[in-house]
Ligand binder design. Sequence first.
Ligand code: NDP
Length: 282
Amino acid sequence: MGQFLDGKNLADERAAILKTQVSKLKSQGIVPLFCVINIGDDPSSKLYIKTKKRRADEIGIVQKVYQLPKTQSQQSLLTLIDRLNQDKKVYGIMIQLPVPPQINLNEALEHIDPEKDVDCLTPSNVGRLWRGDHYVEPATAHGVLALLDHYQIKLHGKKVVIIGRSSIVGKPLAALMLERDATVSILHSKTKQLAEYTKNADILVSAVGHANLITPEMVKENAVVIDVGINRVNNQTVGDVNTVLIKPKVSFITPVPGGIGPLTVESLMEQVVKLTRRKNGR
Ligand code: NDP
């Protein structure tokens, strides 16, 4: 029977360490502050912002939310980003996704000062990530690696399959895992016969957003399964993996909730602190 990889506990442990670091910074007059720009009224976005706020408060980080209307113009968004770039009290800036269709997201991201790009989405930080010279690390990918490290699951020489190629999860995770000497395949919606790849994976990561996408016959015996997906089914939060059926077959598996979700939020806070310290030469 596989073991659960407990992300909740690890996130709490890491948050406690971060809290000590933050109080030391504060004693030196430095307050880690990051800004979330939320455009429109997507209910999931509101929930994510609330979850982040709770963790930020607990650690002592200040999260400032800029709530903008659904009709927000591109130009005034860029003006706001410019203002936050100039503000010396602001150490991190992120745009909550998704954004309404009139917003040119790439242009907005390019406007963020890379030294404040807490999500690692500006072109220079993405380039640095692939070059192995990380300025910041995207929160979910950082959280996945933290969990694997905690359970001493090595990546060196492993066959990793990641389903999902988004800029916030699949691609950066592939970059970080490649750097750890894993052999990485990235699958997506146009991949034919997912199982042809997944059943050979030593480590399988699903970051899609489809409940029950991963069934037992797609998974190798004793594999490690990381379920990044978050789906609402019958008022319950579930991942992409059919955990009940798959857990007996694998060595380790993340629960949803309580797996990668809490580590993503905690990892974001780690990035805010990292940027704050760097800016202050600490
Ligand atoms: P995106 O919608 O940006 O990306 C989803 C990816 O899944 C795409 O690459 C898409 O392929 C691929 N895909 C869709 N359907 C299939 C399919 N049937 N077979 C194979 N691949 C498929 O989502 P995100 O990356 O933002 O998020 C993915 C999931 O992870 C969501 O459930 C999200 O809620 C969750 N999430 C969880 C986090 C956490 O902390 N646990 C953090 C961030 C996200 P294509 O590129 O071809 O469209």
